[in-house]
Design a protein around this ligand. Structure first.
Ligand code: ATP
Length: 788
């Protein structure tokens, strides 16, 4: 559970030779400050002027080194940040009190480096010591000047513009974010330090070019950490950030004696610090519901640190000279109020949705492996659990068609999912056919109706002729046009006698129930699944099956070109061929269906692979049959063994009842038992051999199945590719990046030598000097001085 914590406040004094020892005294425990200002005698006898002030803080750092400040203020807070808690350290105080010295320190002197560079070093040191975690470190640097936010790591021209496009927005969790802010990923201490120095440099360029006073701006350097475990679940991500804030000087307007631009700047600073104070007062007052964060950019940016989800520490820098006593008291007052602010730091855990998906994928894969193991153990290795891919669907569709066209006797059933897919394919074929029939009939009817030389009655008669029940014998059906369902072209007077219903609606005679063969026109199959190909007819001499030859079954668009078209003979316009569109009629017909094209592909470009596939399938079928036979004989042998065992047991039982002959303690068995035992031995041997053979065949089957699958996949893949190319699909094009070669110049070689020397003296200082040098080089030397 999260715990509330008050903002930790530390006082740091700037060393001075003019220390006002009569006025400022620190308590022995280094936590209290006593201020004494003697009464002004000019105030008269009755003088209410306050003389003494006592303050208590978390710690007082008087005349201490930068290192002590770091250990006291930042070290433990940073550990929290590395564990996933947010942190903020801000330096507050009057101009010249040492805020920048505390936060940034002397950038040219490693020993006097401030909290920010020390924190950066510490971050990377700690990361190196936590190999079980993977971290991403990002940094941003922002300056708030006259209520304008400047992105110090952004493009230099933008930093010099007065109108900034940075805005503070709230994310879903209510956390303030600076929209549009540059966040640089730092992979090393040196890189992160380079960004710090780069920001500093941008700040000083802007200061000179825009005549700004840097002590009148607030600066926020933020280190963002994103960490995830390398050994546990990596979808759990910890996000935390550490704000390192150098506030503008807090001196009063009256004391600065400023005018013009400086006055305006001072007003802005005072305003934002006043708003900061208001927020702190509001936070300290538990009855206050509304906290005015939005009044200024500063409070908006720091809202997490002030009464939010953050461990916050404030360093109040004070000066100990008598001249600055009023400002010092003011700073200490502000610091006291700050101590009343409580925050509720919470672990910032998020779950990475991509990593979560990856985790689920992994789990599914493992489960599938387990399932396939289970299948193998229960001899169901051919069962597939993956969703059907497009090529597999096409293959099933082909099998269904082959089955309906009598090319294959059966479709091997392997799973419930496959059965569902087969049913689905049946339905699709049925629907396609139904649609084609309707289209064809519509076109045909229109054509008949509009033909100038044909009377309407004739046309209707022509259709009715084909839709009425065929009540005459086979001969009477005559020449079927092969182009329509119920629109077959019967010769005049031709009537089928068997009572076969061939109406478009699929009405069937009561006796038309048994079907052995069916065919859907257009796909070479009958339009209705129930449309008969063999039709049972009852004649006087009993039942007969009338085989309906393929080409004799009325089927709409198919075979139109092969058999003399009724359209031609009756003067009708030619019928569209939806099954095999060619270039000339492609514009009329809809794009060819993939199923049809697949069939052509198998005959053409994919003929080779299709042949191999079929050969493999044949071998597989053969092997399966062999396995089935072997399994049957293995079971037979097993039955024989069991029978023999029973017989032998009976024999033994008889023996124990005294029937056996004992000779010199040796069990003597009779001939019959001997034969039985011998047979058992042979049978067992036979069983082992058969079983071994069965295992080998099963292994072969697995291997062949895989081969068949591979051939099928290849065929499908080649077809897909061919289809894409044929019908406008474009293959993606690859692109490649060039590499820029970075050569080392003489200066760099010198730097390297110097670096080597320093690394021997103080290895830890290397990244610091490196970063410093790189930043200088970028800004001040040669062609690399230009940014962006
Ligand atoms: N603890 C310290 N030890 C040594 N020098 C210090 C210390 N604190 C401040 N200084 C020196 O005092 C001067 C003013 O300090 P600094 O610029 O840090 O003040 P500041 O509060 O940041 O002022 P501003 O508000 O103008 O930014 C600098 O030259 C700095 O080196």
């Amino acid at each position: 559970m999260s715990k509330s914590k008050h903002v930790k406040v530390v006082i740091r004094t700037r060393p001075t030779s003019d220390y006002a020892q009569d006025m400022i005294k620190f308590t022995g425990d280094r936590k209290g400050v006593h201020i004494h200002i003697p009464k002004n005698v000019e105030g008269g006898f009755i003088n209410n002027q306050q003389e003494n002030w006592d303050f208590r803080f978390d710690s007082i750092l008087h005349n201490v080194s930068q290192e002590t400040v770091y250990e006291e203020c930042a070290s433990s807070l940073l550990k929290g940040v590395l564990e996933g808690y947010n942190g903020t350290i801000m330096a507050y105080g009057q101009t010249g009190a040492g805020k920048t010295f505390t936060m940034t320190g002397a950038t040219e002197n490693y020993k006097h480096r401030g909290l920010i560079p020390r924190t950066i070093s510490h971050v990377f040191r700690e990361i190196g010591e936590r190999p079980q975690l993977s971290y991403v470190v990002r940094v941003s640097y922002i300056e708030i000047y006259n209520e304008q936010m400047v992105d110090l790591l952004g493009n230099l021209p933008d930093a010099l513009r007065l109108d900034s496009n940075l805005n503070v927005v709230e994310d879903r969790t209510g956390t303030a974010q600076v929209k549009g802010l540059t966040m640089k990923i730092a992979t090393s201490e040196e890189e992160a330090l380079s960004y710090l120095f780069e920001g500093e440099t941008t700040r000083s360029i802007a200061e000179h070019q825009l005549n700004r006073n840097s002590s009148r701006s607030h600066c926020v350097f933020t280190i963002y950490l994103e960490s995830r475990s390398r050994i546990e679940s990596s979808e759990k991500v910890l996000f935390s950030k550490l704000n390192l804030v150098d506030l503008a000087g807090s001196e009063r307007l009256s004391k600065t004696h400023t005018t013009g631009v400086s006055l305006r700047e001072a007003m802005y600073i005072n305003k934002s610090l006043t708003f900061l104070e208001q927020v702190i007062v509001a936070l300290a007052d538990k009855r206050r519901g509304h906290i005015p964060y939005r009044q200024s950019k500063l409070t908006n940016v720091l809202r997490d640190a002030l009464g939010g989800n953050c461990n916050t520490l404030m360093i109040s820098n004070i000066r100990c000279e008598a001249d600055y006593i009023e400002e010092t008291i003011s700073t200490l007052r502000f610091a006291t109020r700050m101590m009343c602010v409580t925050n509720t730091p919470e672990l910032n855990v998020q779950y990475d949705p991509i990593a979560l998906i990856k985790k689920y994928e992994r789990e599914i894969k493992e489960l599938k492996q387990e399932l396939s193991m289970h299948d193998t153990l229960s001899n169901r290795s051919h069962v597939q659990h993956e969703p059907f891919s497009e090529p597999q669907r096409l293959e099933l569709q082909r099998q269904v068609k082959a089955f309906l066209e009598n090319e294959e006797d059966e479709i091997e059933i392997v799973s419930l999912r496959q059965i569902r897919e087969i049913f689905h394919q049946f339905r699709m074929l049925y629907k396609t056919q139904e649609q084609e029939n309707e289209d064809w009939q519509r076109i045909h009817r229109n054509a008949i109706g509009t033909h100038p030389t044909m009377a309407k009655d004739d046309a209707t008669e022509n259709i009715n002729m084909n839709t009425r029940p065929l009540d005459e014998k086979d001969d009477g059906v005559g020449e079927l046009e092969g182009t329509g369902f119920g629109l077959g072209l019967a010769p005049s007077g031709g009537r089928q006698t068997g009572g076969i219903a061939m109406a478009a609606g699929g009405t069937r005679g009561p006796k038309d129930r048994r079907r052995k063969n069916s065919r859907i026109p257009g796909l070479g199959l009958s339009a209705q699944m129930g449309a008969p190909a063999h039709t049972e007819v009852e004649e006087e001499d009993g039942k007969h099956e009338i085989p309906m030859e393929r080409d004799r079954i009325p089927s709409p668009p198919t075979k139109v070109t092969e058999i003399s078209s009724p359209a031609e003979s009756s003067g009708l316009p030619p019928l569209p061929n939806a099954h095999h569109p060619n270039k000339n009629n492609r514009s009329l017909a809809p794009p060819p269906s993939r199923a049809d094209e697949f069939e052509s592909f198998k005959r053409g470009k994919g003929a080779d692979i299709n042949r191999i596939l079929n050969e493999n399938k044949f071998i597989l079928r053969d092997k399966k049959k062999h396995a089935k036979d072997l399994a049957a004989s293995v079971n037979d042998t097993k039955r024989h063994i069991d029978d023999l065992k029973i017989k032998i047991d009976c024999k033994r039982h008889d023996r124990t009842c005294g029937v056996e002959i004992q000779r010199d303690d040796e069990v003597v068995i009779d001939e019959e038992e001997y034969i039985l035992l011998n047979s058992l031995k042979q049978l067992k041997q036979h069983y082992r051999e058969q079983y071994e053979a069965l295992r080998t065949v099963r292994a072969d089957i697995e291997y062949c199945s895989r081969l068949v699958d591979q051939c099928r996949q290849k065929l499908m893949a080649e077809f897909e590719q061919w289809y894409e190319i044929q019908y406008g699909g474009q293959l993606p094009e690859d692109g490649s990046d060039g590499q820029v070669e970075d050569l080392m110049d003489i200066g760099e070689k010198f730097d390297r030598l110097q670096m080597e020397r320093m690394s021997q003296e103080d290895p830890d200082s290397l990244p610091f000097y490196n970063a410093r040098k790189n930043t200088e080089r970028r800004y001040h030397k040669g062609p690399r001085s230009k940014r962006h």
